[in-house]
Design a protein around this ligand. Structure first.
Ligand code: FAD
Ligand code: NAD
Length: 367
């Protein structure tokens, strides 16, 4: 049950109701919040549990019920944003009248801090795998028909595999399948596909196993986590992205979102650190995007280039950053996103402080 103490500390407690027609059952969640979006709710129907987790600020509100009757595999989710109402429409298997929705399971109708909510996993099928560089691949997984899940920008999920009888879990950042809209496949129903760029480390624990999966095999994928907030983009004028290696992955959705959804945006610059030219992920897409959209620039910096490389060289440094981080005007609103190996990110954050950027002007991606 929603405890008074929690409700006082966090958002006011949501509630739910349900109603039916001959063929449909609609579950309505009243979040009592206005900023609810389609990625605020995650719905799964697995075994005996019908589960809807709604993220409200830093809290998680859970509906978890063993339904009284059978339903069809697919369902739809709708949001009435201005009143913060979520509607989940289930299709009955048989057109009978339900006397009750079902039996509450553990933690049903509870509102708890998100950090205490635990990760929930569902099995997803490997649909395709493509080489992107010599060691990095684009994986596409399909969510089960009985799952509704959209990963918010800047958040990651956990992939889980059983390796020699032990469950191994590692975080990965879903991406959009391309940076260029003309390369996009038609929009797929219910966002059923989830894409990852993953580097395979031959001596690594998890990635060689992932690389050995065959098309049609399954992995478990968790609910999203992460503390990036889309509100960080409000009124933004200059967006600087500092990425190293696969630290590029959170920047993919950020780039797509920023260039299409922020009217105030003047400039987006990506500084992309890699060891060699062969390690650069999506180089030609980045160059095409820079050509297509004049607000976007990309610079590649190599730490182990061949002697013919005439671009920038070295590791993240005060000289590289002070030249790169030029505001489009004195008082422009700036956000700097940084992601890569821990030493890279830590060094970067320190250098940004030294350059007098404030905490609000930077976001680092970590687990
Ligand atoms: P590990 O077993 O962790 O090994 C990695 C490398 O380190 C190997 O080369 C291994 O030989 C070496 N190594 C291991 N142990 C030692 C040791 N003791 N001493 C020296 N070397 C050692 N990665 C992506 O590719 N794409 C993503 O989108 C992505 N998103 C992420 C999001 C978050 C929030 C975080 C924290 C990480 C993300 N990562 C991502 C990294 C990912 O989670 C894994 O760390 C990575 O895939 C390596 O896993 P692994 O088990 O294969 O390798
Ligand atoms: P890499 O070894 O290919 O290195 C890429 C670049 O990072 C190098 O060229 C160098 O410029 C810089 N770099 C590497 N080590 C450095 C150090 N010690 N000090 C300063 N700079 C350094 O990188 P990779 O194998 O692609 O690894 C990417 C890393 O990004 C992984 O550690 C992964 O966990 C992390 N990552 C984190 C997230 C997240 O959200 N937190 C997401 C994706 C990847």
């Amino acid at each position: 049950q929603v405890t008074d103490a929690l409700a006082k500390e966090g958002p006011s407690s949501p509630s739910y109701d349900w109603f039916q027609t001959d063929s449909l059952v609609t579950i309505v969640i009243y979040t009592k919040q206005k900023d609810i979006t389609l990625d605020s709710v995650i719905v799964d129907h697995q075994d005996d549990s019908f589960r809807a987790e709604t993220i409200i600020k830093d809290y998680s509100y859970l509906i978890d019920i063993e339904l009284s009757h059978e339903i069809q595999e697919d369902f739809s989710v709708r949001i009435v944003e201005n009143v913060g109402k979520i509607e989940i429409v289930l299709k009955k298997k048989e057109n009978t009248s339900w006397k009750c929705l079902g039996h509450p399971l553990e933690n049903h109708n509870s509102l708890i801090p998100k950090k205490d909510a635990g990760l929930y996993y569902r099995q997803c099928q490997l649909i395709s795998k493509e080489d992107v560089t010599h060691d990095t691949r684009l994986f596409c997984f399909m969510l089960p028909p009985s799952t509704y899940l959209q990963v918010p920008i800047g958040q990651h999920v956990y992939l889980k595999l059983t390796i020699t009888d032990t469950e191994i879990v590692k975080p990965y950042t879903p991406i959009s399948d391309s940076l260029l809209s003309e390369f996009k496949e038609p929009v797929l129903p219910n966002n059923k596909y989830i894409y990852f760029l993953i580097k395979i480390y031959p001596a690594g624990l998890f990635t060689p196993e992932l690389d050995h999966l065959q098309i049609g095999d399954f992995v478990f994928i968790s609910n999203p986590e992460g503390n990036f907030k889309i509100s960080q983009f409000q009124e933004l004028e200059d967006l600087f992205l500092l990425a190293a290696g696969t630290g590029f992955t959170p920047m993919v959705k950020i780039l797509n979102y920023a260039l299409t959804n922020i009217p105030s945006l003047r400039k987006v610059k990506l500084m992309f650190f890699n060891k060699t030219e062969d390690d650069i992920i999506w180089r030609s897409q980045l160059e095409k995007l820079a050509f297509k959209d004049k607000r976007f620039d990309v610079e590649f910096v190599l730490s182990a280039p061949i002697s013919e490389w005439n671009g920038k060289q070295g590791h993240i440094s005060p000289a590289l950053l002070s030249e790169f981080l030029k505001r489009s005007s004195d008082k422009s609103k700036v956000l700097i996103c940084i992601c890569g190996p821990m030493p890279f990110t830590e060094q970067g954050i320190k250098l940004l402080h030294d350059l007098n950027f404030s905490k609000d002007e930077m976001h680092s991606f970590t687990a």
